[in-house]
Design a protein around this ligand. Structure first.
Ligand SMILES: [Zn+2]
Length: 468
């Protein structure tokens, strides 16, 4: 990614940007909007710079939008969003004519979510007349202040309105910590000058935080820079060399994060990765908590296919929101729609099979139960995700409560069709949380009256202890 504005200003006409750079890959050109954000103004018009990007054969170009900085009031935000939209319309003839370049349509409005939504809506029609990529600007200041939750809101405001099949670029998102959360909400590409700006300020990007060079005793990284030098070595270098090395490391740190996220997506493990990242820093925890407000949106756009990964990792209480768990959980619940008089609830013990002979043969409908995963008909035990998961923490009271409410919800659905239901709950005598689940179900059943739901405690034959 390079800057068409600076190129035009210093070099003027260039026949082909690829030849000029000696680079045959995809070249993205920015328009100078970033310079507006940083320095106030640029000496080029929107039409001029769009035409210029066309002439130098840029692969991806951007109109000269007016970035909304994050600290402006509503009027100023509205003005920049409106002017950006006007400029997108202004160059439609060039954009349509110059079809070899993919054109980016920025949506502005800063942290004013209603403005973002309004201009996202207005942009949709313009988009289809020649644009290929939407962009959202510019969270740079928010990132510097670790204000990640507001960035999450901004992304959602736009992503929830533009068609899901269209790519979304996030301007200025140059910190490793925000990358997985932006990707989870459907951001496809990002760019930033942060690697060099941080370097000039002696800041070192880590996967868990940003460090000041003076505070580091060790480089927590094994990139070529960090393998060769110690922080002390770099501190002693002249400014120019120091900036170069820090910039190089920062690029490695960003590149590494992008690869991690892409691999997690390939494996169908992005949620697990988010759970892990949420524990890196208070800002990522806030981003994660904010992301949870948009779960329904994420579920709607999660493909219902078995991912490549071997097993779902259940890592924390937040694993319950993992689309790979929540989507099947809900689907099971939707299917309580035929007349049943009794159900067997059997604790699921992976790898142990079902030693309680006779359970599957009773006249009752048989369901397995398991923390976080919920309940599932016995015949789904061999299916994903019930067949492939790893549970890795202590079963808390909150999780047992959640399971009891889930079962109760299923019972209420059944009571719409059947007048009475007997629930045989099989419990391992050595597993505390199962006994607690039984107690909670008794309490819940009292709410609908014992004549409707009868909870019967049964002893499960358990060889090994279940989780918890
Ligand atoms: Zn490094």
């Amino acid at each position: 990614m390079t800057n068409a504005y600076i190129l035009k200003k210093h070099r003027g006409a260039v026949a082909d940007i690829h030849d000029h750079l000696g680079f045959s890959g995809v070249v993205v050109t920015d328009s100078g909007a970033y310079q507006i954000l940083r320095y106030g103004d640029v000496e080029v018009s929107n039409r001029e710079i769009v035409q210029y990007q066309c002439e130098i054969k840029s692969d991806i170009g951007v109109i000269l939008d007016i970035p909304t900085s994050s600290d402006v009031d509503r009027d100023a935000a509205l003005k920049s969003a409106d002017e950006t939209y006007r400029r997108a319309v202004e160059v439609l003839d060039i954009v349509e004519r110059c079809g070899d370049t993919l054109w980016t349509l920025p949506i502005q409005g800063g942290t004013h979510l209603d403005i973002l939504r309004q201009y996202a809506e207005r942009s949709v029609e313009v988009f289809y007349r020649g644009y290929s990529i939407y962009a959202l600007g510019s969270p740079t200041t928010l990132l510097e202040q670790y204000d990640f939750d507001r960035i999450i809101d901004m992304i959602f405001a736009v992503r929830s309105i533009i068609p899901f099949s269209t790519p979304l670029h996030l301007f200025g998102a140059g910190h490793p910590l925000i990358v997985p959360f932006a990707a989870a909400l459907g951001v496809d590409t990002m760019d930033s000058a942060s690697y060099i700006l941080y370097a000039k300020d002696d800041r070192y990007m880590g996967s868990r935080a940003t460090y000041r060079l003076e505070d580091l005793s060790y480089f927590p990284c094994t990139c070529p820079v960090c393998s060769k030098y110690s922080p002390e070595d770099v501190r002693r270098m002249p400014k120019r060399k120091r900036v170069e090395l820090l910039a190089l490391h920062n690029l490695h740190a960003l590149s590494r994060e992008f690869r991690e996220v892409k691999q997690a997506i390939k494996e169908g493990r992005l949620w697990e990765y988010l759970e892990d990242r949420a524990n890196s820093h208070p800002a990522t925890r806030r981003a994660f908590e904010q992301l949870k407000r948009y779960l329904e949106f994420i579920y709607r756009h999660t493909p219902i296919v078995k991912p490549d990964a071997r097993a779902v990792f259940i890592l924390s209480e937040d694993s319950i929101f993992n689309p790979k768990i929540m989507i099947p959980r809900r689907r099971v619940l939707e299917r309580f729609d035929s007349e049943v008089e009794c159900i067997d609830l059997i604790p699921y013990r992976r790898g142990e099979g079902f030693p309680d002979s006779g359970i599957g043969e009773s006249k009752c409908a048989s369901y397995i139960y398991f923390p976080i995963l919920g309940i599932a008909p016995l015949h789904l035990v061999d299916r994903y995700p019930y067949s492939q998961f790893e549970f890795g923490f202590k079963v808390t009271d909150k999780i047992v409560s959640d399971l009891s409410y889930l079962i109760f919800e299923a019972l209420l659905k059944m009571l719409k069709i059947s007048r009475t239901i007997v629930v045989n709950i099989y419990v391992c005598s050595n597993v505390e949380w199962q006994k607690e689940l039984y107690r909670k179900l008794i309490n819940l059943a009292q709410q609908v009256g014992e004549s409707s739901v009868k909870i019967v405690l049964k002893a499960a034959k358990c060889r090994l202890s279940a989780p918890g």
